[in-house]
Design a protein around this ligand. Structure first.
Ligand code: NAD
Length: 488
């Protein structure tokens, strides 16, 4: 089978099945077709939900926690056993460098199952000894039950990592899931279904339906009356559409949405470490990580030096074929996304930006010219009120602005409707703590970026999300807690 004739299928009730239509999976590095994807229609989504419900009422939610946890470890083993297949599929779908998929995406896919397997095994319950003023005593404790059928909708930037970040705790808590991966990156979800089948996850416990959002598999899933909860990662405006779709059937939602993240660099920072850290924070995965910094505020005494050091880093990035181990920066995900990022590059120029570096598309003289590459780009000189400083671009780009006081930096960092992540760079640890605590975000890094402990809460304020996932926060979202009050 040639790659373009390969068919990526849905996985429903333990079987790989076709839907009535197909769409193309495109390689962002050269615009060629990688595979055809079988799109689930409403009837197939309904079958997936029904099979999840039946599996739930079968044995899955009654499986003892140690047995469920052992199966999650087997899923992780299964991912590791097919490590190269996952890496290749992720690289082909996303265009991300093979070094990144091997170091972050696929290992984290397996780690998510291990972490939540161990967490559920060791999770305690809340209990209170209650005494009323008239001498009655009671014991209050919580029973943890699954929510039921969980709909999982994920984006294209970290496909396996973000899907497993939700599926692992949902399954750990005894739920059955129906997953709708991004239409741009369907391959690793179906590979994961192959792992589920091979390690003996019962039919119906894990289902994959492929398709789009509005009027397609995404909307069929979110509006389904028998889906008990929706967990979604993607754009804020999609979150808002999903909120409308779930409203009639009132279900819990967990949203991890967009960001316009700030980094604050103080003059007393470890300069080289900060420049390296921010080169990652701005350009990793071609800037397509929700946590990337698109606004960098630098204390005035080191502003010029910092701008020229980050420029050097940007110009030193190796834009190449994703499968080449020397490539640091791949293409953007799609033609449409490239058009969006380039429109912000043009807008920034119109808004009066100074282009420090980049601002356009690279030329390779080979098939990559048909791919979706853009130049890593740095702007300075924009007023804080301009659209390029306010709106999420989601590309390899940042705007750098100077500041004079700590208060000014905090105020500028917080002047956004988003509130996902921030980073603070200083050798004054007191100041690091003080500033971090004042930032209105879900996560603040001090002297680092993207360092994650999966047991810690993750989510955003404002337009960046609703709720927290990670560690016990995930277990609590994916569980129905029943407080039992026993009079003694
Ligand atoms: P997107 O919102 O366009 O799509 C995400 C998923 O939602 C896809 O599977 C898509 O098919 C589906 N979808 C779209 N419309 C839908 C609808 N009406 N109903 C149901 N499903 C629908 O996002 P994207 O472009 O794939 O991803 C990029 C965005 O994701 C960025 O804004 C980024 O910041 C955000 N993101 C956030 C986090 C986080 O943890 N906060 C992580 C990664 C990405």
């Amino acid at each position: 089978m040639t790659s373009a004739s390969k068919l990526i299928q849905n996985y429903v009730n333990g079987k790989f099945v076709r839907g009535p239509r197909e769409f193309s999976d495109i390689n962002p590095a050269d615009g060629t077709g990688i595979a055809q994807v079988s799109e689930a229609d409403e009837s197939l989504v309904n079958q997936a939900v029904e099979s999840a419900r039946l599996a739930l009422g079968g044995n899955w939610d009654k499986l003892a926690v140690p047995a469920r946890a052992a199966l999650l470890h087997k899923i992780a083993d299964g991912i590791e056993a097919r490590f190269n297949d996952f890496v290749q599929a992720e690289v082909a779908d996303t265009g991300k460098p093979v070094s990144l998929a091997s170091k972050i995406d696929v290992p984290r896919g397996a780690a998510n199952f291990r972490v939540f397997a161990d967490l559920i095994k060791n999770a305690g319950i809340e209990a209170f000894w209650t005494e009323t003023s008239d001498g009655v005593s009671a014991l209050n404790y919580c029973a943890r039950k699954p929510l039921g059928v969980v709909g999982i909708i994920t984006p294209w930037n970290l496909p396996l990592l973000l899907l497993t970040w939700k599926a692992a705790p949902a399954l750990a808590c005894g739920n059955c899931v129906v997953v709708k991966p991004s239409e741009e990156t369907p391959a690793t979800a179906t590979l994961l279904a192959e792992v589920m089948q091979s390690v003996g996850v019962p039919p119906g416990v894990f289902n994959v339906v492929h398709g789009f959002g509005s009027g397609s598999a995404g909307e069929f899933l979110t509006s389904h009356a028998d889906v008990n909860a929706i967990t979604f990662t993607g754009e804020s405006k999609t979150g808002s559409a999903i909120m409308r779709a779930v409203a009639p059937t009132v279900k819990p939602i967990s949203f991890e949405l967009g960001g316009k993240n700030a980094a604050i660099v103080f003059a007393d920072c470890d300069f080289d470490e900060t420049v390296s850290g921010l080169a990652d924070a701005v350009f990793l995965n071609t800037g397509q990580v929700c946590l990337c910094a698109e606004r960098v505020y630098v204390e005035r005494p080191v502003f010029d030096r910092f701008v020229s050091a980050l420029k050097q880093k940007a110009e030193g990035l190796s834009l190449g074929w994703p499968g080449d181990s020397k490539t640091t920066t791949g293409p953007l995900i799609s033609k449409e996304h490239r058009a969006k990022v380039l429109s912000y590059y043009e807008l920034a120029k119109k808004e009066g930006a100074t282009v420090v570096t980049g601002g356009g598309t690279p030329e390779f003289g080979d098939a990559r010219d048909n791919g979706f590459y853009v130049q890593p780009t740095i702007f300075t000189g924009l007023p804080e009120s301009t659209r390029c400083v306010k709106e999420e671009i989601f590309g390899p780009v940042c705007h750098i602005a100077p500041f004079d006081t700590e208060e000014e930096a905090i105020a500028k960092a917080n002047d956004t409707k988003y509130g996902l992540a921030a980073s603070v760079w200083t050798t004054n640890l007191k100041r690091g703590h003080r500033v971090a605590e004042k930032l209105r975000v879900g996560i603040t890094w001090v002297n680092c970026w993207f360092l994650r402990d999966l047991r810690t809460p993750f989510g955003g304020a404002g337009l960046s999300g609703i709720g927290r996932e990670g560690g016990l926060h995930s277990l609590n979202f994916y569980s129905e807690l029943n407080n039992i009050c026993v009079k003694l």
